[in-house]
Design a protein around this ligand. Structure first.
Ligand code: ADP
Length: 533
């Protein structure tokens, strides 16, 4: 394909040759702009200043130029007698360009089918030949001569247009490939790399220096990818597989391998009527997130079953014991203790089921229904701590510190309770050897701040934000022993956000964690509700 400069030079040469052969002072061509339906002058030209070119834009549906464009017939303006018939639009630009006489030659392109038969004529623009030198006039011969040359000019212009369009398409394609999150590699039939986008370069652990025109076996080190490409090039069949890649440090991946779905495809094209192999495309899609969710869901189902089974086993055990005690072996206080355990295990089951229902509500995009009321947050905290004491061991020391006056809070008291219950029960659960579990509450005129700290196992820095995600658990022996579903903090975050607040965690592994949430005493949503009532 010729370069853009070569095309420009060819056009320049043609314009000059036309002007020379017809002995014209000026020569320019105007191309049709479909959007504006105008004929617009384009460089190169001869005898016209850049400004004059820029201003030369004429309607395609009226005037002298428009007429020649539409009819496909050349027009000649011979001199003063013709000027009288020229309309206002035309006389303006003709005066500007000092036109004495003129030929308007349409540039008609022939569209052909595969057998080279002409199937259509398309007018792409017009050629303007202005002022015969030496005060002379353009002749019939000039017109004939021009007619033959117009074909060459049209061919040169359509080439240039096609080139520009291809260049634009190529640029677009390249920009698309650059910004794609998927990795794309194109290989020649020999196995040499002809294209590689940044996402693919990252998968292969390459910098900005892209290894074009090298054989894939020289640059790819990942065994699975090599195996897949060998299969494509040696056994000649397309292939797809999941591969794991450890991306270089500094990427946001917690040092864990990313999982890619790699897919190869033969790229075929027509060449001289034959179907030929032009290369092989390889696309890498990052499916780590999908696989993670699948993994977490599987883990979730097994932990939920476990969490449901534990209280049920206990309930069943105590009830069976009571049923079998026909001889009154257990006294009243034993029985009361058993009933108490059954009661709290039922609460636990109910909470778990409610949590699951809330997650499914959030998942399906339904907002949680807020029952706004104004209440004293201290009462709820005290009540929640009271309940949680039943789950704490003798080694736990539950404390509650109020800092200054705490004004009433407008919120949903049940949800506020749920937030606290979740955070306090986590603090107890994840400090199996006991220690202080301290709830601090403070407030200024606008915001309530509550923090729950423990002296338990702590959370690794990389997981501090993640623990608020659905099904996310820190996976180790201690947490497995503690049991859980990984939805508590996800719900806490959502419930705090329903109050227009924020929740975060700070922690040192082995020393303890501190969860803090803040929320406005009066949220916008609650005020809106007031206004609507
Ligand atoms: P669950 O407790 O049911 O697993 P959560 O969403 O409440 O689910 O907590 C998510 C994870 O965050 C827990 O599995 C645990 O690894 C970690 N975590 C939560 N609270 C604490 C805490 N106070 N101390 C240490 N780890 C915690």
């Amino acid at each position: 394909m010729p370069s853009a400069t070569e095309l420009e030079q060819t056009l320049q040469r043609l314009v000059r040759r036309v002007a020379m052969m017809l002995q014209a002072e000026k020569c320019a061509f105007l191309l049709h702009d479909g959007e504006e339906n105008q004929l617009v002058a384009r460089a190169p030209s001869l005898g016209l200043a850049p400004d004059q070119i820029r201003m030369l834009r004429l309607p395609a549906n009226s005037g002298l130029i428009g007429e020649a464009y539409r009819s496909g017939m050349a027009t000649v303006i011979e001199g003063p007698k013709d000027f009288q018939n020229v309309g206002e639009t035309d006389s303006a630009w003709m005066t500007r360009l000092n036109v004495r006489n003129l030929i308007v030659q349409p540039l008609v392109m022939e569209r052909r089918d595969e057998q080279e038969r002409v199937i259509a004529h398309v007018t792409v623009g017009v050629l303007l030949i202005i002022n015969k030198r030496g005060n002379d006039q353009f002749s019939h011969e000039d017109l004939l001569l021009l007619n033959t040359m117009a074909r060459q000019v049209t061919a040169a212009i359509t080439n240039a247009q096609m080139y520009l369009r291809l260049a634009e398409e190529k640029e677009q394609l390249q920009a698309t490939l650059q910004s794609l999150l998927a990795g794309v590699v194109m290989l020649e039939p020999t196995g040499h790399v002809s294209l590689i986008n940044p996402a693919a370069a990252q998968i292969f652990g390459m910098g900005d220096d892209l290894p074009l025109h090298r054989h894939y076996s020289e640059i790819i080190t990942n065994e699975a990818i090599l195996e897949m490409l060998d299969e494509v090039f040696h056994q000649r069949h397309e292939s797809h597989r999941e591969i794991e890649v450890l991306l270089p440090d500094g990427e946001n991946h917690d040092g864990e391998p990313r999982i890619f779905q790699a897919q190869t495809a033969f790229v075929r094209g027509e060449h001289q009527g034959a179907n030929v192999l032009m290369g092989v495309a390889v696309v890498f899609n990052d499916i780590t997130a999908i696989r993670n969710v699948e993994r977490m869901k599987t883990a979730f189902v097994s932990t939920v079953s476990h969490e449901l089974r534990t209280p049920l086993t206990s309930i069943k055990g105590f009830i069976s014991t009571l049923l079998q005690d026909t001889e009154g072996y257990f006294d009243q206080s034993d029985r009361l203790e058993f009933y108490g355990i059954i009661d709290s295990e039922c609460d636990r089951l109910q909470r778990l089921i409610e949590d699951l229902l809330n997650v499914s509500r959030i998942e399906s995009g339904r907002a949680l229904q807020m029952n706004w009321s104004t209440f004293n947050p201290l009462d709820i905290i005290q009540k929640s701590l009271q309940v949680q004491r039943a789950y704490a061991s003798d080694n736990h020391n539950l404390q509650f510190n109020t800092h200054g006056d705490i004004p009433p809070l407008t919120g949903d008291s049940d949800k506020f309770d749920q937030i606290l219950t979740n955070l306090v029960s986590n603090a107890i659960k994840y400090s199996p050897s006991g220690g202080a579990v301290i709830v601090d509450i403070s407030s200024d005129d606008e915001t309530l701040t509550v923090s729950i700290s423990d002296q338990g196992m702590g959370i690794p820095p990389g997981k501090l934000n993640k623990v608020f995600e659905k099904f996310e658990r820190v996976d180790n022996r201690d947490t497995r022993q503690a049991g859980g579903t990984g939805i508590g903090l996800f719900l806490v975050k959502h419930l705090v956000e329903c109050h227009e607040g924020r929740v975060w965690a700070e922690s040192t592994v082995g020393q303890g964690s501190k969860f803090t949430f803040t929320m406005p005493l009066q949220s916008h949503a609650s005020m809106q509700e007031d206004a609507e009532e």
